[in-house]
Design a binder for this molecule. Structure first.
Ligand SMILES: O=C(O)CCC(=O)C(=O)O
Ligand SMILES: [Fe+2]
Length: 209
């Protein structure tokens, strides 16, 4: 299949994430794919559920920590998103090839922070499950303006931090276990597509598959 982005782009993004633990890429998806995802998002809004903290077996809802509503995606069911899944395949491949990771899975959800929602500072790791390697967030907020809130706050190792505006088409990727981050209170509805590239400890399938 034809590559979605050039190798030169991938090399510079992989350099960025290796050096700084995060990379920010504007207009990551072509217009057509971006619009398809946004329409899909809007069509699913009635089905979103209040997000919890923790894993499937140990999930707690606590809107003082996290105020978003999510809709988990499923590649087999959500076939309208196939062009997006193809990009996910490419992202996985590029991390494996140029960052020497062994990624072999992913999980993605749509996220809606209603006005007033936020997410406290955290790492994208669970105590009882530590296979999230790379976090990927793509923002779908058209007409986002200064003052709308909902910025992603990324913390550096020295404790200092900076804000990333959740503008439409922007993609942020970061190392899930290394980069503490938070979502500042949003003053408008805030839309994103968020996922994690997963490390799966060497299963037999990797050798024989
Ligand atoms: O939407 C964002 O900017 C980040 C969301 C987040 O941190 C999460 O879902 O774990
Ligand atoms: Fe997070």
């Amino acid at each position: 299949m034809e590559a979605y982005h050039s190798v030169e782009n991938w090399l510079s993004w992989m350099d960025d994430i290796s050096d700084k633990d995060y990379v920010i890429i504007d207009r990551f998806l072509r217009d057509e794919l971006y619009s398809g995802i946004r329409s899909f998002f809007l069509s699913k809004l009635p089905n979103f559920k209040e997000a919890g903290i923790g894993t499937d077996t140990d999930n707690q809802i606590d809107s003082s920590v996290r105020g978003d509503f999510t809709y988990w995606l499923d590649r087999k069911r959500d076939v309208q998103l196939e062009p997006f899944w193809n990009v996910v395949d490419e992202v996985l491949h590029m991390f494996n090839r140029y960052c020497f990771l062994s990624l072999s899975g992913y999980e993605f959800h749509l996220a809606h922070y209603p006005s007033g929602g936020h997410y406290d500072k955290h790492l994208d790791q669970f105590e009882n499950r530590n296979n999230r390697m790379i976090s990927v967030v793509i923002y779908l907020n058209e007409g986002w303006q200064n003052g709308d809130g909902g910025e992603l706050e990324i913390f550096d190792k020295d404790g200092s931090s900076f804000l990333v505006e959740p503008v439409a088409g922007r993609c942020v990727m970061f190392k899930s276990a290394e980069v503490p981050h938070a979502v500042l209170q949003s003053h408008k509805s805030r839309f994103s597509l968020t996922g994690w590239l997963l490390y799966q400890p060497s299963a037999l399938g990797q050798f024989f598959g």
